[in-house]
Design a protein. Structure first.
Length: 165
């Protein structure tokens, strides 16, 4: 993992959540940009299409209705294979500090279920600290899949913002 990005998983990422009985993913990274710019990268279709998804994936479409209760839908294409889709609903929008939404695969694997993504932004001396919490996951395998996807997405986001390789 690129140390310049500052991605790190917190120690409780695989801990069960007593309220939901599921697993929660926690990641953090420091981005070399102001929180307003990072929030824009998280919420504008044209910007999301530049960095969203694991290495080698492309996002041919990203539709967003950025209002609380509004919906979004992304199409993702892996390096080899057919496109698939994810969608959800915005639960909380507090620019430029917080974004909370549901996350659902439209072509789910048997162990997939809807999760909630909570993205919090905070100013640091180096830029913006982005904190992600997502869950609950049903299995460690699904949590690991999302950990890898978010880690690679954050690396791509850092590169788009000009602070990474």
């Amino acid at each position: 993992m690129d140390e310049a990005i500052g991605n790190e998983a917190t120690g409780n990422e695989a801990a069960g959540n007593e309220e939901t009985g599921g697993l929660v993913l926690n990641l953090e990274c420091t981005l070399a940009a102001r929180s307003e710019e990072v929030f824009r990268m998280l919420t504008e279709s044209a910007e999301l299409m530049k960095w969203w998804g694991p290495q080698g994936f492309i996002i041919p479409s990203a539709e967003l209705n950025l209002t609380e209760g509004g919906r979004y839908r992304f199409s993702m294409t892996p390096p080899e294979g057919e496109p698939f889709h994810l969608s959800g609903e915005f639960l909380e929008i507090d620019p430029p500090w917080r974004l909370v939404y549901t996350f659902r695969w439209e072509e789910p694997a048997p162990d997939d279920r809807e999760t909630v993504v909570d993205l919090s932004l905070g100013s640091t001396g180096e830029g913006t600290r982005l904190v992600l919490a997502q869950g609950p996951f049903l299995t460690e395998e699904r949590l690991a899949l999302h950990r890898n996807g978010w880690t690679e997405s954050f690396e791509k986001l850092q590169a788009v913002l000009g602070g990474g390789s």
